[in-house]
Design a protein around this ligand. Structure first.
Ligand code: HAM
Length: 473
């Protein structure tokens, strides 16, 4: 001990050496940290920019969204379509169109090993049209209604509600020219948000046929040229590249110019006007409120006639600024992609944006997402009871009784507190005595009243208490 405490003076050379060693270690640490290495020397990884994980804490949003998307699809008779994430690049270039942000700036593209130019799908309408043609769906009774759910990829500038990988639920109707299809798709969207308890607004416009749009575009360009000096940089580019998108500009300085701009409705022919009026009549009939918005043009080139978008009716700035979903009619797309002329319409909902809007709406209104209901909590006391209850969990689940349990908790009090926290109406308690007697205690969590039942009758009794029909009775 005494020896250790003795101060030993290091020689000058040794001091120099150790200072150098410390500096080297520090330098290596900085380099490793820059490379994402942890203290223990292994590199740790983070997400790529614009990508995100969907965590269990958000399941309360994702689960009901999928349930709603699926139920609505069944109700309106849409068949599920799944397409690959990778498609030929040319498909989206031709469908979505040059001059759009998606094609010009945002696609994840690369050359495959065989030299094929591929891209990660930025949306699914083009892929749905490709599938419709490829699988000969035009020979089926029309309309052919397809729905999808999955990730899309756009190399956009990330911000709240805007990701590089995001998810959409979408619905497409092929082979129906009638305005009823446009109205049905809006109804599908409204129903989706209604199921989630999120109030939304529908904005709607008609952009007519390409010929009508070409005449309108000339007028629009002439008008905007005369106001060029008032425009933002982006709008000056749009003036040359994609004049319809001038109407989409959110920049403060362009708003007065936009307000005075010619309106497309005045360039529509009788047929286009008639189609649009009928869509509005259907919506009136269905009691779906909408706002006419003559600046709504959408960012993809395949649209004809009706275009629409869904916005959160209340919520934060993000909710108001960016659409939760959108769609419209695209009567020329199937032919453009090499198929027979086929009228079609569709829409897609942005799921990350819906989650964001739901969070904002719930916060503002002190609302919570409805929890998935649990029918009963199974509490166990002791090793033997745990074995019995594990089997019971399986039997109850197979009998369509939603149960919850936690085998890591051993105290009855803690387990009943858990049952209370998840609002289980009943707790089933199995202790040492119940294992020996072949019985179970059913506790009504609200009144605290307990009843002892034979384990063999547990399912029947629980079902009766839960008001579920038991066909074995
Ligand atoms: P879209 O307007 O490009 O239309 O996208 C639909 C929705 O996807 C948007 O309203 C938005 O909620 C969400 N979304 C788009 N980009 C992002 C992003 N970078 N991050 C997060 N969410 C995003 C289409 O994709 C068309 N295919 C819709 C359609 C179907 N039209 C006819 N049929």
């Amino acid at each position: 001990m005494a020896k250790k405490d003795k101060k030993i003076k290091p020689k000058k050379m040794e001091i120099k050496k150790s200072v150098k060693a410390v500096k080297t270690v520090a330098k290596e640490k900085v380099v490793k940290e820059k490379e994402g290495a942890t203290e223990r020397g292994k590199k740790s990884f983070s997400l790529l920019r614009g990508m995100h994980d969907i965590l269990p804490k958000d399941e309360k949003y994702w689960k009901p969204m999928f349930a709603s998307a699926q139920n609505i699809a069944a109700h309106f008779q849409f068949g599920r379509l799944e397409t690959p994430i990778l498609e030929e690049l040319g498909l989206f270039v031709r469908a979505v169109g040059k001059g759009t942000d998606v094609v010009d700036k945002e696609m994840y593209t690369f050359e495959d090993k065989d030299g094929t130019k591929v891209c990660m799908r930025p949306e699914l309408t083009a892929a749905a049209a490709r599938a419709y043609i490829m699988h000969g769906f035009s020979n089926l009774p029309q309309p052919v209604k397809l729905w999808y759910w999955g990730p899309m990829f756009r190399h956009d500038r990330p911000q709240a509600g805007r990701y590089r990988q995001f998810h959409q639920a979408g619905y497409e109707i092929f082979g129906q020219a009638d305005s009823a299809a446009d109205a049905e798709l809006i109804l599908v969207g409204v129903n989706f948000f209604r199921d989630l308890g999120l109030p939304v607004e529908v904005k709607i416009n008609s952009i007519g046929t390409p010929a009508e749009r070409a005449n309108y575009k000339n007028e629009l360009v002439n008008y905007y040229r005369s106001k060029r000096s008032y425009l933002c940089e982006e709008c000056r580019n749009r003036l040359v590249k994609n004049p319809m998108r001038l109407l989409d500009c959110k920049e403060e300085r362009c708003q007065p110019v936009k307000e005075e701009a010619p309106q497309i409705i005045n360039w529509l022919g009788a047929d286009s006007k008639n189609h649009f009026m009928k869509v509005l009549e259907y919506l009136d009939e269905l009691g779906v409120p909408y706002q006419l918005d003559n600046t709504l043009v959408r960012g993809l080139n395949y649209y004809t006639h009706t275009v629409f978008e869904f916005y959160a009716a209340e919520g934060g700035e993000e909710g108001q600024q960016s659409a939760l979903g959108g769609g419209g009619r695209y009567d020329l797309l199937v032919e453009e992609l090499g198929g027979r002329p086929t009228p079609a319409a569709g829409m897609a909902i942005g799921l990350e944006r819906t989650v964001l809007a739901l969070k904002q709406y719930n916060d503002k209104n002190n609302r919570e997402m409805p929890k998935t209901p649990v029918d009963a909590f199974i509490a166990q006391l002791g090793e033997e009871a745990r074995r019995v209850t594990l089997k019971m969990v399986d039997q109850l689940r197979n009998s369509d009784i939603k149960i919850s349990f936690n085998f890591f908790k051993t105290s009855l009090k803690t387990q009943l507190e858990l049952a209370d926290a998840i609002k289980a109406p009943f707790a089933v308690i199995i202790g040492q005595k119940e294992v020996q007697d072949g019985t179970a205690i059913i506790r009504d969590m609200e009144s605290g009243i307990q009843e002892i039942v034979d384990q063999k009758k547990l399912i029947t009794v629980l079902k009766r208490k839960l008001g579920k029909f038991d066909d074995k009775r």
